[in-house]
Ligand binder design. Structure first.
Ligand code: FE
Length: 336
């Protein structure tokens, strides 16, 4: 009898605790998790690691994995995890009504396997003193001879770039994408290294003149009060590329219910919470990302200053799917 009672207690404790594997690397998210626990009484046990480590861990743990929710920061990673069978489909009227279909995994009939909760644009930053705006107005211009010796990016194989290149593949086809990638390599000021913020700093210092970055890294510098960040923002301009054609590439941070989730109901509840007005505002305030929920008013001086823009509408699931081809093209043109 005592053993049974203990077992029941244990089950209740488990339902009151949600295990999250997260690749979101933003300190401001703490408030998000705390608010969920406060609203639901469900405690969160979180394991933070980068995308690759999260996926490797899920794979090695298999059915024994304690993970209920998985948070990743790129469409290509979410797609890869779905293909590898690490998620399970979720049917939720809330998620379907709140999140546009282009920002979630393909609905198999049983629901989507993952959902985007915030968006970020892949923008071009350039040195205001040395670059004409027209020379940095499109992704295509990164490969133009006018930018010879002026371009820097992080690794071509980083998910943020794989996804951008996957969108370009959709627009330009394979042959033109390969030529374009080779053109970027030919224009590089230095071999790819560092993260997006490092590229922005390199543009400000003059080591290179044109670079790619996610919008929130630039917004973070815009909102920073540190003198060294102010100095960087002074020297650098940001553009939303390809406004006259298909629009700027937009990627997502998103989440899913783990394949072997022990607390499925709480996991779905958590995903629905991430689509709530409060959580959506948090993504904007905390990490300078745009909400996925349409028509939500946000107050963020950096995002306001960036202004509205035309976003590319290629579904993020298609972009994810293209990454295998993209990686092959990168290898062929020597884009490390
Ligand atoms: Fe990031």
């Amino acid at each position: 009898m005592a053993a049974l009672a203990a077992l029941a207690l244990q089950a209740t404790a488990q339902e009151r605790e949600l295990s999250i594997y997260s690749a979101r690397h933003y300190a401001t998210d703490e408030a998000l998790y705390a608010a969920f626990t406060k609203a639901t009484g469900i405690a969160i046990k979180r394991i933070d690691a980068d995308d690759t480590a999260v996926l490797a861990r899920l794979k090695s743990e298999g059915a024994a994995s304690p993970a209920d929710v998985v948070l990743l920061v790129d469409a290509s990673r979410l797609w890869r995890a779905e293909v590898d069978g690490l998620f399970q489909p979720v049917k939720s009227a809330t998620l379907e009504s709140r999140i546009p279909a282009t920002l979630r995994g393909k609905d198999s009939g049983e629901g989507s396997q993952w959902f985007g909760f915030s968006t970020r644009a892949r923008v071009i930053v350039y040195n205001k003193a040395t670059v004409k705006p027209a020379d940095a107005a499109t992704y295509e211009m990164l490969a133009d001879p006018v930018n010879k010796g002026r371009v820097c990016t992080r690794s071509g194989s980083h998910p943020y770039n794989l996804s951008l290149f996957g969108a370009m593949l959709e627009h330009m086809g394979e042959a033109r994408t390969k030529t374009w990638l080779a053109g970027i390599v030919a224009n590089m000021a230095r071999a790819p290294k560092g993260g997006d913020t490092d590229q922005i700093r390199a543009v400000a210092s003059g080591e290179c003149q044109v670079a790619l970055s996610n919008s929130y890294y630039f917004a973070r510098l815009m909102r920073s009060t540190k003198p060294e960040d102010r100095a960087v923002v002074e020297k650098v301009a940001m553009v939303f590329p390809d406004q006259a054609s298909y629009g700027t590439h937009v990627n997502i941070a998103g989440g899913a219910v783990a394949r072997h989730a022990k607390n499925r109901d709480a996991a779905v509840k958590f995903l629905e919470y991430l689509a709530s007005d409060d959580a959506q505002r948090h993504f904007a305030d905390g990490n300078n990302e745009w909400p996925v929920v349409k028509g939500l008013k946000i107050a963020n001086p950096a995002l306001d200053a960036m202004g509205p823009f035309k976003a590319d509408t290629v579904p993020v699931s298609v972009i994810g799917m293209n990454q295998v081809k993209v990686q092959r093209l990168l290898d062929e043109v020597g884009y490390k």
